[in-house]
Design a protein around this ligand. Structure first.
Ligand code: UDP
Ligand code: MG
Length: 313
């Protein structure tokens, strides 16, 4: 049977921890499992609660950070310390119900590598103010990232170990783990799960998450397409600038030959010089990025591909 690792990021959840672990233990009865709880520098008694739980149950592993590093870092540490064949991520604030875990596992057994929770009944009765913006945001993220999901915001997800163990998570990229796994050839599915608003504590993210998501999305798109060939991106933009500079210069030349305006009378020459300068900068950035990319791979003996199987090698 597959061994499960449940990874929990925990920041100031002392009031949720007892109920959360009770629900997890009930939901996981009969499974071979471990719980990896990562205390992300909580300022309350979360760590003391975890110590108590660990003393009574050897299936619970707990890790604590020296200070708050953020949810992504906590998830990253949890994944690196997990030993299961299947890794399940879930928030610790009981917004998701551990009783839904078997649903995810059943779907995973149908041959998927990632199964994502979808809080289908969230925002009931708040269609215009909450549901519609959420639908639009998820559509946009799906379109740009190339992985169609209804609910990127739902952390409750199950992953086969192979697709998640090599992923490096920075910033707040936990939101885009399904996109990373797709790069590793993973097949992604969704199942509806229940949702309950937080009873204790408060959300750690406000409206500021919107601009962060937009920037991360741009980065995801860039990494997906140009990680191994940044010169094509920057160089392409640079060449476009050169083309615009050339056309503007030709325009200025035309005006001069036709005796309509001298070089100093027209703005075209200045704008052309601006585009020419920008073009040079972009190409230089492209070259620097190529050097960085090579350092990234070669310094760690990484290769820009993933082999599935080998025969007689
Ligand atoms: N969390 C964390 N470190 C942080 C912020 C949050 O480990 O710096 C944990 C938090 O305890 C919770 C999960 O990440 O288990 C999601 O956080 P939250 O409920 O605040 O986010 P939201 O549900 O509003 O997206
Ligand atoms: Mg929450």
């Amino acid at each position: 049977m597959n061994r499960l690792s449940i990874v929990l990021p925990i920041y100031n959840e002392e009031k949720n921890i007892p109920e959360l672990f009770k629900k997890l233990q009930t939901a996981l009865e009969g499974y071979d499992y471990e719980i990896v709880a990562v205390n992300d520098g909580s300022k309350d008694n979360s760590w003391a609660e975890l110590e108590k739980l660990c003393a009574n149950d050897k299936k619970i592993k707990a890790i604590t950070f020296v200070r708050n590093f953020g949810q992504t870092a906590a998830i990253n540490a949890g994944i690196r310390n997990a030993t299961g064949d299947i890794i399940i991520l879930i928030d610790s604030d009981l917004e998701n119900d551990p009783a839904d875990i078997p649903l995810l596992l059943a779907k995973l057994n149908e041959g998927y590598d990632v199964v994502s929770g979808w809080r289908k009944n969230r925002w009931k009765g708040q269609f215009i103010t909450r549901k519609l913006p959420s639908i639009m945001a998820n559509l946009l993220i799906s379109k740009i990232s190339g992985v169609k999901l209804h609910d990127y915001g739902c952390t409750l997800k199950a992953y086969k170990r192979e697709v998640i163990e090599h992923i490096d998570l920075y910033g707040e990229m936990h939101r885009f783990i399904p996109v990373y796994t797709k790069w590793y050839g993973g097949k992604v599915a969704e199942v509806p799960v229940s949702y309950q608003p937080r009873k204790h504590g408060k959300s750690n993210y406000g409206m500021s998450r919107i601009y962060k998501v937009i920037l991360d999305l741009l980065l995801i798109r860039f990494l997906d397409r140009y990680m191994n060939k940044p010169i094509h991106f920057f160089g392409g933009a640079g060449l476009l600038c050169f083309a615009i500079a050339f056309i503007l210069l030709m325009g200025a030349l035309y005006l001069k030959i036709m005796d309509m305006k001298t070089f100093s009378q027209t703005q075209l020459t200045t704008i052309s010089a601006f585009f020419g300068g920008t073009g040079i900068q972009l190409i230089l950035i492209g070259i620097v990025s190529e050097m960085l990319m090579r350092t990234y791979y070669e310094s760690q003996n990484k290769v820009p591909y993933i082999i599935k199987k080998k025969i007689n090698c």
